[in-house]
Design a protein around this ligand. Structure first.
Ligand code: SF4
Length: 451
C-alpha cells in the first residue's frame, strides 16, 4: 500500500489510525508509487489552497499509480473530487476508518492464512457488518523469534521487534479518547514482548513502565477500559499477569495457541513453551483466577501425527476444559519447514480427526457456557437490531468467540459501545442469552433537615 497524508494534526491522527489498521491486517507499506498496488490519499479541504494541494496529490497518485482511494476532509465534497478525477476507486470523509478499510479490502483483498494471521477474517462475507468504533486492535510488536516448523512469519517479517511501551500506551490512550472501550493486544508472541529491547524502561504519565507484558497491562489498566491479551504462550512469567486479572485490571482472558498436546508432535512443530508443565500451569492459573477464560487453537493431522498422539490431544481437551477452541486440519504453507517432514496424514484422516476433535470440544464449550446460566455478566454492546442487542461478555473476544444475545436490548435503549450487566438465562454451544438489568439508580445524598 502507498499512503499520502496531507492536512492538520487531526488528519494526521486519522492517517495513523488507518496506517495502524493496515499494518495490523498485514498490508505492507511502501515508499514509491511504483511499488504500491493501491494508494490511499488522506486529504485536507480546509481552505482553497489545501483543496488545490489535495486535488494535485490525487492527480499525481492517479498519474503515477492509477488505483487511488481518497479519504479525509475533502472527501466530504465528493463532487469536487469526481469532477477532477472521475476514476478514483472510492471516496470517504474524515475519520471514516471503516469505509477506507472496506475500499482497501475491495481493491486489494487481504490474503488470509489460518495458521499465520493475527486477526479473525472480516465478517463482511457472512453478511454481518459491525462498525467497531468501540474496540481496537493494539499491535505491540512485529516479527517473531521462534521458528515453528509450519510457520513462515519469521522469514517474512523477521525477528521480534517490540514497540516501546510508552508509544503503545500513548496509542492506547488516544484510542480510548476516540471512544474505544476494548483494547485487543495482538502480536505474534505477546508473552515475548520486550525481550528484544531487554525490557527497556520508558515513561508514560510521569511513571516508569518496562517494555514487558506485565508492565504494559499495568499501564493499560489506568485507562479504565477492557484490555484483552491475545497470542500468549504458556511461559512461566505469564503467571505474573494472572493476579492482575484476578484484581480486574486486565480481562481474565488468555488466548494461548497450544497447537497440540503431544510432546513429540510439539517438538516436530518446534513450538515454544515446556509442554509437560502446561496442564499444571493451566490448573494453577485457574486457582489464582477462577473466572479466567482460556481460548486456544490447535492443528490436527500434522505430518507424522499418529492415532495415539491424536488421542493424547483429545485427553488434553478433557483435562484442560478450555472455554473456546479453534482447530484447523494441517495444510502445508509454501516455504514452511514442516513440508519436508515424513509421514503426511492422508486428507480423509485429517478431516475425520478434525470432526472428532470439534465434537469433543463442542461438548466441553457447551457445558462451560451452561454453567453461566443464572449469573450476571458485565457485557459490552456491539450492535442493536430492533429488540435484540448483540453484546460480548469478558469471556468473548470479538469475531472469534461467541456473543451474548440480549433479548430486551431495544427496550433498555442500549447502544453500541455501552457496558451493561446482563442476567444470563440460557446458553447453547457458542452463545449466551439473557436480559439486560436496569442500571442501579444513582444514590442521592440525604436532604438536609430544616427546622
Ligand atoms: S510463535 Fe511460531 S507460529 Fe507464532 S509467529 Fe512465531 S514462528 Fe510463527
Amino acid at each position: 500500500m502507498g499512503f499520502v497524508s496531507l492536512g492538520c494534526p487531526k488528519a494526521l491522527v486519522d492517517s495513523e489510525r488507518i496506517l495502524t489498521q493496515l499494518r495490523v491486517e498485514g498490508y505492507d507499506l511502501v515508499q514509491t508509487y511504483d511499488d504500491a498496488d493501491v494508494v490511499v490519499v488522506n486529504t485536507c479541504g480546509f481552505i482553497d489552497s489545501a483543496v488545490e494541494e489535495s486535488l494535485d496529490a490525487i492527480g499525481e497518485a492517479m498519474a503515477e499509480n492509477g488505483r487511488v482511494i481518497v479519504t479525509g476532509c475533502l472527501g466530504k465534497r465528493a463532487d469536487v473530487i469526481r469532477e477532477a478525477h472521475p476514476d478514483v476507486l472510492a471516496i470517504s470523509g474524515p475519520a471514516d476508518y471503516s469505509s477506507v478499510m472496506t475500499a482497501v479490502h475491495a481493491a486489494l483483498p487481504p490474503t488470509r492464512n489460518a495458521f499465520l494471521d493475527l486477526l479473525p477474517a472480516a465478517q463482511d462475507d457472512v453478511g454481518i457488518k459491525l462498525t467497531p468504533k468501540h474496540y481496537a486492535y493494539l499491535k505491540i510488536s512485529e516479527g517473531c523469534n521462534h521458528r515453528c516448523s509450519f510457520c513462515i512469519i519469521p522469514s517474512m517479517r523477521g525477528d521480534l521487534v517490540s514497540r516501546p511501551v510508552d508509544q503503545v500506551l500513548r496509542e492506547a490512550e488516544k484510542l480510548v479518547m476516540g471512544g474505544v472501550r476494548e483494547l485487543l493486544v495482538v502480536s505474534q508472541d505477546t508473552s515475548a514482548y520486550g525481550v528484544d529491547v531487554r525490557y527497556a524502561e520508558r515513561e508514560w504519565r510521569g511513571r516508569a513502565y518496562q517494555t514487558r507484558m506485565k508492565s504494559l497491562c499495568e499501564g493499560l489498566s489506568q485507562l479504565g477500559v477492557w484490555s484483552r491479551l491475545h497470542y500468549v504462550y504458556p511461559y512461566p512469567h505469564v503467571d505474573d499477569v494472572i493476579p492482575l486479572m484476578a484484581e480486574g485490571k486486565v480481562l481474565p482472558y488468555l488466548d494461548i495457541p497450544f497447537q497440540h498436546a503431544s510432546p513429540r508432535v510439539l517438538r516436530l512443530m518446534k513450538r515454544p513453551g515446556a509442554v509437560e508443565k502446561t496442564l499444571e500451569r493451566v490448573q494453577n492459573w485457574r486457582r489464582m483466577c477462577p473466572q479466567l477464560t482460556l481460548r486456544s487453537t490447535f492443528i490436527v493431522g500434522f505430518p507424522g501425527e499418529t492415532e495415539a498422539e491424536f488421542e493424547e490431544l483429545l485427553d488434553f481437551l478433557d483435562e484442560a476444559q478450555l472455554d473456546r477452541v479453534g482447530a484447523f486440519a494441517y495444510s502445508p504453507v509454501e516455504g514452511a519447514a514442516a513440508n519436508d517432514l515424513p509421514d503426511p496424514v492422508p486428507e480423509d484422516v485429517k478431516q475425520e480427526r478434525l470432526a472428532r476433535f470439534m465434537e469433543r470440544q463442542a461438548e466441553i464449550s457447551a457445558a462451560r457456557l451452561e454453567a453461566k446460566v443464572g449469573t450476571v455478566q458485565q457485557c459490552l454492546v456491539d450492535m442493536v437490531d430492533g429488540e435484540l442487542a448483540i453484546a460480548r461478555s469478558k469471556a468473548d473476544a470479538p469475531e472469534i468467540d461467541g456473543v451474548v444475545q440480549i433479548q430486551n436490548g431495544g427496550e433498555m435503549g442500549l447502544k453500541p459501545g455501552q457496558f451493561v450487566d446482563v442476567e444470563i438465562m440460557g446458553s447453547d454451544e457458542h452463545d449466551l442469552f439473557g436480559e439486560a438489568l436496569a442500571p442501579e439508580p444513582a444514590k442521592l445524598a440525604p436532604l438536609p433537615m430544616h427546622a
